[in-house]
Each structure stands twice: as C-alpha cells, then as structure tokens.
Write a protein that binds this ligand. Structure first.
Ligand code: ADP
Ligand code: MG
Length: 204
C-alpha cells in the first residue's frame, strides 16, 4: 500500500524551486515528520550525465534522445528513491519532476500530452505540485551564474507557456515574486492543508 506523500516543485529556472524545496523540508522535519528531499536530474550516473550535458557548450542531442535520457534518469529516481520512500510512509519533496520534461522537451517541439503519458505510465502522480510562476526575465535575473543553453529567454517563454497550460486539481500555481520567507509561509500552509486532507482520506 502506498502511504507516503509526493510533493513536486516546478517552474522555470530561477523561479525559486530549490530554495523552497529546502525550506519546506526543514520546516516539515522540524515538525518531526519524515522527509526525503530529492531532485531531478537525479544524483546517480544518469543524472550526472544529464547535468553535464545541460551545462555543456551545445545541445547536440535530438529532442527525442534528450527525452529518453530524462526518462531513464526518472525511472531510476522513481525506483530507487521515490517508491521506497512512499512505501515507507515518508513525505517526498522533489525539486523538479516529470512536468519539467513535459515543459522543457515540449518546448523543443515534442507533444506535451504525449510526454505526460509516457511519464504517467511509470512514475507515480504527485499528490501536490507547486508551480512557481514568475516572469522569465525576473527569474533569469535571479540566477547568479552563467546561463545554460536551456536558459535563454525565448526558449523559457515556451517552457512557461506549456507550464501555464498544465491541468489537474493537484497542481497549485503560486506567484513566486514574493520574498523567500513569505513564499515559504504560503507553501508550508498549503502543504500542511494538503497533508491533512490526505491523512483524512487514508483514514476514511
Ligand atoms: P530554481 O531552483 O527554481 O532555479 P533557486 O531556488 O535556485 O531557483 O533560486 C534562484 C536564485 O534566486 C538563487 O540565487 C536564490 O537565492 C534566489 N531566490 C530564490 N527565491 C527567491 C525569492 N523568492 N526572491 C528573490 N530571490 C530568490
Ligand atoms: Mg534549482
């Protein structure tokens, strides 16, 4: 039986996902809850290969090949990290998940609906997704490092447009322009609310 809770953070580069993922993990741990903080690309060999590729000088893979790499990395992440933690009843917070493939490989011209189906065939659907919404220019201005090839404005506008069209009652859009602490307070409150409802469903 699946007992844990799966929370994903999504949004364009610089929208604040990693910051919020960490803050949420800390707050939930302080409440004595069991939390696993994880990320995509994953920390295994495939994830490291993907990170090197994304930081590289050219994006030479075809969109389909790129997607295949992300899917392979995600399969590993799901089997080795996410499913075991959920089976153990833990709260899994993942910094990016399959909606990133939908948006980023969709923005390369692949069909977002098809990408979503490919992922939902093997990856558990998150109980809650925070989609951090911030204008691309503002998000990029926050990044204090050299831009990766995947971080150019026109491409990210397309990514944001696909994120914008995602549907599902588990997807909560959040204005990410607030300060980290103000945003955190909002996300924590919403997470606790969702956890409460989740617990009631399990009992009822
Ligand atoms: P992401 O993981 O979505 O790329 P990060 O959490 O790494 O975003 O944040 C990108 C940069 O913006 C970091 O330097 C971070 O300190 C800063 N930052 C994060 N959240 C906010 C915020 N709410 N307001 C201003 N700056 C932020
Ligand atoms: Mg990040």
């Amino acid at each position: 039986m699946r007992r844990g809770f799966l929370l994903a953070l999504e949004g364009v580069d610089g929208s604040g996902k990693s910051t919020q993922a960490r803050l949420l993990a800390v707050s939930l741990l302080q409440q004595g809850r069991e939390v696993v903080l994880t990320q995509e690309p994953g920390s295994g060999p495939l994830g490291q290969k993907l990170r090197r590729y994304l930081q590289g000088a050219d994006r030479h893979l075809a969109p389909e090949e790129e997607l295949d790499l992300f899917l392979a990395d995600r399969r590993e992440h799901v089997e080795q990290v996410i499913r075991p933690a959920l089976a153990a009843g833990q709260i899994v917070i993942t910094d990016r998940y399959y909606y990133s493939s939908v948006a980023y490989q969709g923005a390369l011209g692949l069909d977002p609906t098809w990408i979503l189906e490919e992922n939902e065939a093997f990856a558990p659907r998150p109980d809650l997704v925070f989609l951090l919404v911030l204008p691309v220019a503002q998000a990029l201005a926050r990044l204090q490092r050299p831009r990766q090839l995947s971080e150019f404005p026109l491409y990210l506008e397309e990514v944001a447009a696909i994120y914008h069209n995602l549907q599902g009652s588990h997807i909560q859009r959040v204005d990410a322009s607030a300060s980290p602490q103000a945003l955190h307070a909002k996300l924590l409150a919403r997470t606790l609310e969702a956890l409460g409802e989740f617990g009631e469903e399990r009992q009822g």
